[in-house]
Design a protein around this ligand. Structure first.
Ligand code: DGY
Length: 325
């Protein structure tokens, strides 16, 4: 029997490319022309994606698509509801990246609070030798309270690390969680009032777009630090820039942005902001783990008719039930 055809819109890790070549026929967006992709569209049964937008228009192009295997735990670029409506399975890569992202979040938090970005630039630019010691940081981790927005797997791993640093932890999310002793706040403003270090670890959804608003930043206060390891869309970036300019908050550590890879100039080269290029999970070790899970999902789907890590919206989807809309 011929192998299922998998569409790979963008190049993937060598581990993924090699495994897909072993298990499937691969149609590569990087090498096939638009015409070739169009001609093969009816044959495509799976797609493996990393940060590529999968919307209604994409789904219309591939009438026999059964599964979208997303590289990443966040699948905001995939319209999972549209996939569910057509009985298309969507999978993501949870768990394998939890500890890596939590490590990055803590590193980013300390860098932002203690201004390590500016301190490194001080050394790199020769200022240390020319002008002496780097100025004392206005912020310290001592006595800080961490407010976790989104206490999922990653949020909990961050909270556990923060406790080891002696931080108080509280959280906000859709629901109070019975298995944690951290204080719960049923609004984001309430959380911001209760903490001085706001850790955003929530997925990006249409509902929480720009949730970290002027009101939230004002509630966080003058000693406040925003750390975003979730999605850029959750923060109202112009409001954040204004809050940094006016001293409404102390600083920010940002791994994600609203319009990646474009970062607003106003967030660059400032002592009170540390920026990273969306590297929360980006070690070879962890990215290979994520890649293997993408491959495992595709292989299990076509061999056994089930996914390893389906997203909640499509957990019910079974093979052979693709629906036209
Ligand atoms: C994720 O897994 O969602 C990370 O942000 C990488 O995209």
């Amino acid at each position: 029997m011929s192998q299922p055809v998998i569409f790979l819109p963008n190049p993937a890790l060598p581990l993924v490319e090699d495994a897909l070549d072993r298990e499937f026929q691969v149609l590569r967006g990087a090498t096939a022309s638009t015409d070739e992709i169009q001609k093969a569209a009816d044959l495509v049964r799976g797609v493996s994606v990393f940060q590529a937008r999968i919307d209604e228009a994409f789904l219309d192009r591939f009438p026999n698509l059964e599964i979208v295997a997303n590289f990443g735990v966040g699948y905001d670029a995939v319209d999972a509801k549209a996939c569910a409506a057509r009985n298309i399975m969507v999978t993501n890569t949870p768990d394998v990246l939890t500890e890596e992202v939590a490590d990055t979040a803590i590193g980013l938090m300390i860098s932002a609070v203690r201004q390590f970005g500016a301190a490194e630039r001080w050394v790199q630019s020769g200022n240390w030798e020319r002008n002496g010691s780097f100025p004392l940081s206005p912020g310290t981790l001592r006595g800080r309270t961490l407010g976790v927005y989104g206490l999922g797997r990653i949020g909990k791993a961050i909270a556990a690390r923060a406790e080891a640093f002696g931080m108080e932890v509280c959280y906000h999310g859709r629901n109070r969680q019975s298995d944690v002793a951290y204080a719960y706040h049923d609004t984001l403003v309430g959380l911001a009032q209760a903490c001085d270090t706001l850790m955003i670890a929530t997925p990006g959804t249409p509902e929480n777009r720009n949730a970290v608003s002027t009101e939230v930043l004002e509630a966080l206060g003058a000693n406040g630090v925003v750390v975003n390891i979730g999605r850029g869309s959750v923060v109202d970036e112009p409001a954040l820039i204004a809050a940094l300019d006016k001293g409404t908050i102390l600083g920010a550590g940002l791994d994600v942005f609203a319009d990646e890879p474009r970062v607003p100039t106003a967030l660059l080269n400032r002592d009170n902001v540390v920026v990273l290029p969306h590297i929360g999970s980006a070690s070879i070790h962890t990215r290979n783990g994520m890649g293997q899970l993408v491959v495992d999902n595709l292989v299990r789907w076509f061999a056994a008719g089930e996914a390893v890590t389906p997203v909640p919206e499509t957990r019910h989807v079974k093979p052979g039930t693709r629906r036209a809309v």
